[in-house]
Design a protein around this ligand. Structure first.
Ligand SMILES: [Zn+2]
Ligand SMILES: [Zn+2]
Length: 151
């Protein structure tokens, strides 16, 4: 018997239709930063390491939009690593490879088991939103705004 609770649901999200409101690290620290807004909304703040430098990056909270604010100057096509600014836990997704460019990927956690994975290569815009916990999700699929509670 498969454990239906761990069922994996992948959803194709229309670009720019949703906004990340509650992203966190695996240890539960919020990555949301109301002091740095992008598109008028709190950004997702992560620490990056790149060529022996450390700096913050503010990610656009609109899914599919990429008005990210880099503090470090990362060359186009270079791959970085993401960490939680709070506990320095790596946000690199173990064993995940970008479908577009084969670079490693990050994973950011959402409430209720959702995960956003994204490519760590600067300039590659491959993202994938995954919501785990299939039962609860499938029940709500008909409801308007149901995705909202997952973000
Ligand atoms: Zn953390
Ligand atoms: Zn990529």
């Amino acid at each position: 018997m498969p454990d239906r609770k761990r069922e994996r649901v992948e959803i194709e999200i229309p670009s720019k239709a949703i906004r990340i409101k509650n992203a966190g690290c695996p240890n539960g620290h919020s990555l949301m930063d109301p002091d740095h807004k992008i598109n008028g909304y709190p950004s997702v703040k992560v620490l990056i390491r790149y060529k022996d430098q450390e700096g913050l990056i503010y990610l656009d909270p609109i899914y599919g939009s990429f008005k990210n604010i880099h503090v470090l100057n990362v060359s186009q096509g270079d791959v970085v690593d993401f960490y939680c600014p709070e506990c320095k836990t790596s946000l690199t997704a173990a064993g995940k490879i970008c479908r577009e460019c084969s670079s490693r990927m990050f994973a950011i956690h959402l409430p209720h088991g959702g995960i956003i994975e994204g490519c760590l290569k600067n300039g590659c815009h491959y993202h994938n939103l995954r919501l785990i916990d299939g039962n609860e999700l499938l029940k709500k699929l008909d409801e308007e705004d149901m995705l909202d509670s997952y973000l």
